[in-house]
Ligand binder design. Sequence first.
Ligand SMILES: C[S@@+](CC[C@H](N)C(=O)[O-])C[C@H]1O[C@@H](n2cnc3c(N)ncnc32)[C@H](O)[C@@H]1O
Length: 559
Amino acid sequence: MTIELQYPDINSKDAFQSVIRFWGRVPSIVASQILRTLADKYFDGSLNGRIVLDPFGGSGSLIFEAARLGADCIYSDVNPVFTFIASTLVKPVKEEILKRFFEVLRQRLLSKRYPVYLSEKLVHISYWDLYSIRIEGEEFFVYKTVVDPIIFLRGEWSERTYRDLLSRSGFVYKLAATIYYKFKDRREYRYSRLREEVLRENSDKLSSVKLNFTKALRLLERLGLLFTKFYPSAVFYGKLEGDGFRVLERICEVPFAVMRHLVDLEERIRPSFWYPNNELRYPPDLGGRVFRKADAHARLSELFTRRNLTALSILWHEICNLPERNYDEKCAKDALKLCFIAILASASRMQHRKGGSWAVKSYWTPYDFVEYNVWYLFERKFKAFLDFKKRMEEEGYRELWRRVSFYTLDVLEIDRVVPRGYVDVIIAHPPYYASIQYGELSFLWAAWLGVRVPFEREIISNSQQAVILSDGKVVPKDDSYFEERMREAFVKLHEVLKDGGILCIIFNSRSRRRKERFIRCIRDAGFEIVETYRCQQPRNYRYGISKFIKENLVIVCEK
Ligand SMILES: C[S@@+](CC[C@H](N)C(=O)[O-])C[C@H]1O[C@@H](n2cnc3c(N)ncnc32)[C@H](O)[C@@H]1O
């Protein structure tokens, strides 16, 4: 059976998703439809007073909808960053404190001078000096720079190196040789021009060239043959006015002085305040290999321009310095921390000029990217957060937090907080094998928040990770590992469910073999599958997993 979803407003943004990009989030509209269908079919149309557990809570979409339908809810996720996000989204925040804190931050960034390193010398500058430019003697502030880097030849061009690249097997090496050859008679290229020429000259294998161009260029950089420098191709600027930033103009032909200033600052500046610079690697007890989704970046700081890293470190320093004298202040501070982590992807080099924040589910940074002014992003995010809170009230989420208890817990230990036979409904949306590396993608946020990602407990399939068991045996986190843990998880969930209770699983894997094996895990735990149906994702939905997933499989089981 397929349930066709009826959407009141198919193009509308998910209120939650407009605050923070969460990979794999079930759009609220879909979550609501699934829960309503469940309530109608199994609970006489209402979840009022029922106890609902979501053991793979993520950003909380499913449990919030259950709470909206009147259920008493238990949210749990193994990842403390996700518990932070979900709880901060629904916790009540006193608007006047939030606005006061925001104003404190704004004033500090406007008036204070901060220590930064300029060519390794400690100097004091104001936040806005980082983005200030002069046009005809007048001062403006950049809010967006489109970067089209310049690729330079390192050392002398060598025929031998070219032949060596050509002789290696694999398309990336062949393409790298083609790119390297372009530098035979010139020492530098604008990235966009280089790409355009290579694509034109290799139009017979266009799609492979497009797909591998970045990889080939990165390879040449790794081999020390080429290097890249930040270079703006368009600059968008504005003025600080009243209590906000006013967008003014765009310059495509960047005047030399402006360009020189921006490039110069980018090359010389370094933060003096703390910023996370963790390696993109799993912990030693998981084998210590590089992240599956690191995309050739060794450290977190490589995801940012130096200017934005400096700006982020200043803003984070000020957020952390806000007072926390009572619960209300803590909630307001947490909300600002949430706004901060929510802008990290857009403030990074992952921001592609075609838009969409964090459009690829990895730490992929395109060569031509957009550098946004950190405060500009923060100001917009703050407004989005206030709007979101307003929308929450209008859409009936206001008192919802009273009905949800939050836990950071491995599903395999759920019985530590949920008694046996206690729960009426379990709504479970586990990871789908290797498709989204939740822990790894949350690492960017976790590092700033100073929180550890519990990779060793994450139920996921990931060829780069291996767990060391108590008897010293090393077990790769492959599909069988994932299935074994899911089977154990379903056994635990079976224990905490009431007799006659319902387990509703949202699953999606295009592989038939995986689907069959996954269903076997559910049955092995003692559940009886009463129905499965397909639930469509909204077609034009901008946010969430819908870009990749057209429909979910909903599996309803009874104990
Ligand atoms: C598909 S996502 C859930 C998304 C969520 N429904 C939403 O809409 O935001 C799967 C979640 O399972 C969590 N997870 C993975 N291993 C876990 C474990 N051992 N115990 C509890 N949660 C786990 C991940 O951290 C991730 O948040």
